[in-house]
Design a protein around this ligand. Sequence first.
Ligand SMILES: [Zn+2]
Length: 303
Amino acid sequence: MPKKPQPPIDRKPGHAAELGGSQEAPAPTGGILACFAHPDDETFGSGGTLARCAGEGMRVDLACATRGEVGEISNPALATKETLAQVREQELRCACRELGVHGLHLLGYRDSGMAGTPENGHPQALCNASASEVVGQLVALIRTLRPVVVLTFDPHGGYGHPDHVAIHHFATEAFRAAADPNRFPDHAGIHQATRLYYSAIPRERIRQMMEYAAAAGTPFDLGSIPLEEMGIPEGAITTEVTLSSYAEIKRRAMQCHRTQMGPVSPFDSLPPEALQEFLGREFFIRAYPPLEPGPTREEWLFP
Ligand SMILES: [Zn+2]
């Protein structure tokens, strides 16, 4: 049985070097640090894996670059444009509690919005942030937390969102820089994390899920993004994690992100076999040390 999730540690936005204490959280070493852009990124692609890590006694930390300030609002009763960041931060904290995340580290940038929107020009937008500042924050976290695994988006960021692509580059750079004594000498304790993974959703599974949801009368809306631009080809996957009982935890964490779900989630009423089919596995690309995709996939992120 998974362990009861612990409440995430509170941290102030923009300060990533210090970690608050929690009596029951495992020591800040040897776990996983997930680096994502917005509240909900942690749950949809890899929430089950984070929950499984926590359930198996590993320390789980999440660095979230923005509070999703310009995301959609599924129901106007939940938030306004003005309150969305605050509401989404609470949704993220709810998801972290469900998943068992021990440390939540808000990096303090602003959601850049989709490419080509006016939000791209905001001075605090992640896409306008100084690379060395963001990488420096992540290096400080890696050197403090000393994770075995660092996790972020695939190079395409799932569907090309500029913030997803940006955090992919920043986290990949921080993974390397944290081990280099010549980089960021102000942050003590160089650390070479053992593995770097990219979360990845096979495009074919998105198609199957859409077909299933449409047949069940709760169709998915991909917005303006064509299916061909979602996810990655099945053949690029190196690692497939089975979640079993953690699929249910992932479903609960998804429900926390109410502003991002339609009024009726296709996952709310999934029969157990469909829950396992669509939420019971998560997929990754192992970037370091590199692993060639092949017919037999690696089954877990930790050595
Ligand atoms: Zn996102």
